[in-house]
Each structure stands twice: as structure tokens, then as C-alpha cells.
Design a protein around this ligand. Structure first.
Ligand code: BEZ
Ligand code: FE
Length: 299
């Protein structure tokens, strides 16, 4: 006699799969994290388990459709394909999602008096020329000349000797030299200055202008779909390092810039909005004073 088995219910299937240790919608996080080996790097295990937990919860929360995930994969593929030695679209994605600023904030909690960090960005170039104090970094002669000056000091206001101040800004047209090889001179609007015993620095540059982050790729398209513009408020970049002190990666923003409240990469902090005052001193039209306050590294 033939035994006719009633069709199992969804719950029975689920129960069977769970009993057998197979993947189900309900146990998805445990199913994936449970596969990790015992002798793996403990931090890797911790990071991946947390990532899987939040990634699966995201798909559940939003009830992600297959078409949406296919689009996501295609977007990530295009992001990767846009990357080259000159272009890092994944960093740009992290920046535009505010993720770079979040990771930066987590890793740079400082005493209130110390200068705040902000996003590094993709346009720093290692090995810029070390210039004499007072020199100009502006090699193409374009733009409005600005004198940058101040001191590098510690939390007690004492000058820091031997601090390296690596600076870079865009050109008068809103492009970094590396975006326009053959158009701008190499190292245009870049240089390194080393403080002496008074901690003072001084250099001439231009008053920077606001510019769009590279928006001809998937990240630019994403911003467009989200009704966001790609602009950054005008800023001068600084990487300040000194023996025994925490590395400072920051910008000084031009007060009054139209994009301060809507920076495409969320880099603005109140304390980093600098003074740009009008001066009349030969060809110099502006002066931007700012003291950098470094916190000591933990001993
Ligand atoms: C920059 O300020 O140079 C920058 C930062 C993040 C993304 C693109 C550019
Ligand atoms: Fe920049």
C-alpha cells in the first residue's frame, strides 16, 4: 500500500532544516558565524561576527528584494572597476556615506583643547618638498594669495619644536595638482614646513576654493540619486606630526563658504572653521592665522 505523506508546512520545513543544522531565514546569523574555525585571529572573528549580524539584520529590516540586491552588487562592481592607482572610489564611497568621518571620530577622541581631526581624503601625496619657513606653496601663480601662520603647541600652550606640517590645497580652479598632471606644476599648492624652537609656522598659499569630489563615477551617481551635491567647502589640508604627539589630520575651512553646512563628506567641525581676514600687503590679499594644538601619545 502506498503511504501518502501530507505536504509539510513551512514551520515543519523550518524545524527540519534547523534540526539538521541547515541555513534558515531565522538562524541565518548563527548559521554563518557558526562556521568560523576555532583557531582564527580573535579580532577577525569578532569583526566578522558583528558584520554578519548587522548585514543580515539590515536585509531583514528593509526586507531587501532580489532586484535591489542585484543592483547593490552591480553598484559595488562598478565602484571596484572605477578604482585605479589614481582613483580610489571605495574611499570616496566611505567618505560620502559619512563612514570615514565616523571611523576617524572613533579613533581620534582627544581632550577638548586639542585640534580636532577630520577626513584625510584621497589627495595627499607622500614626499612633498620640504620648504623654508615663509615660502610659497603656490607654484602656478593663480588664485588669491593668502598668508598662513600660527604655532604648533601642546595642551599647555608650549611650542613644539620639530613638528612637520604637511599642507595641500586645491588650485584656484578647484583641482589638486594630481588631478591635472601636465596642466599644473608638480607639487603645486603642497609643501612641508618644520617648526623651530618657537613652534611657529608661516607659508604663503592661495585662499582655497570649494570644489566637487570626483563625481563622474558610481559615487557621483549615488549622490545624484540621493538629491545630494558633490561639493566640499573650501579648505586647506594639514597633516601635523611631531615625536611624542598624536598625529593630526585636519583641514582649516574658509569661514562663510556656501557649503559649510552641506559638505559632501561631512568633514566640517566648528573648531576647524578658520579666520580668513583681508589684508593689504603687496600681492598678499588674505591672512589665515591658526594654532595647532597637539595631544601627547599615551605613554
Ligand atoms: C579632500 O578634501 O581632498 C577630499 C576628501 C574626501 C573626498 C574627496 C576629497
Ligand atoms: Fe580637499
Amino acid at each position: 500500500m502506498q503511504v501518502v505523506r501530507a505536504s509539510p508546512t513551512r514551520e515543519q520545513n523550518q524545524g527540519d532544516n534547523e534540526m539538521a543544522g541547515y541555513f534558515t531565514e531565522e538562524n541565518s546569523i548563527e548559521a554563518v558565524n557558526g562556521r568560523m574555525g576555532k583557531d582564527i585571529n580573535p579580532r577577525l572573528a569578532e569583526v566578522m561576527a558583528c558584520l554578519i549580524k548587522h548585514l543580515h539584520a539590515f536585509a531583514q529590516d528593509i526586507q531587501l528584494t532580489q532586484d535591489e540586491w542585484n543592483y547593490g552588487i552591480e553598484f559595488l562592481t562598478r565602484t571596484g572597476q572605477m578604482c585605479s592607482s589614481e582613483r580610489q572610489e571605495f574611499i570616496l564611497l566611505s567618505d560620502a556615506l559619512g563612514f570615514s568621518m565616523l571611523v576617524d571620530a572613533i579613533n581620534n577622541r582627544r581632550p577638548a583643547r586639542a585640534t580636532e581631526n577630520t577626513v584625510f581624503g584621497p589627495f595627499h601625496v607622500k614626499g612633498a618638498p620640504v620648504r623654508q619657513m615663509g615660502d610659497s606653496i603656490n607654484l602656478d601663480g593663480k588664485g588669491e594669495s593668502c598668508l598662513y601662520e600660527g604655532r604648533v603647541i601642546d595642551l599647555d600652550g608650549k611650542p613644539i619644536e620639530g613638528a612637520r606640517i604637511d599642507v595641500w590645497s586645491d588650485s584656484a580652479e578647484g583641482f589638486y595638482d594630481v588631478q591635472q598632471p601636465g596642466v599644473q606644476p608638480r607639487w603645486n599648492n603642497r609643501g612641508i614646513f618644520v617648526t623651530r624652537s618657537d613652534g611657529a609656522y608661516r607659508f604663503a598659499g592661495i585662499k582655497p576654493v570649494s570644489y566637487p569630489i570626483p563625481d563622474d563615477g558610481p559615487v557621483g551617481q549615488m549622490l545624484g540619486h540621493l538629491g545630494r551635491h558633490p561639493y566640499r567647502p573650501a579648505h586647506m589640508h594639514y597633516l601635523v606630526t611631531a615625536e611624542g604627539y598624536q598625529k593630526l589630520v585636519t583641514h582649516i575651512f574658509v569661514a562663510g563658504d556656501a557649503y559649510l553646512e552641506s559638505d559632501a563628506v561631512f568633514g566640517v567641525k566648528s573648531s576647524l572653521i578658520g579666520v580668513f581676514e583681508r589684508v593689504v600687503n603687496g600681492a598678499t590679499l588674505w591672512r589665515s592665522p591658526f594654532d595647532f594644538v597637539l595631544a601627547r601619545t599615551a605613554r
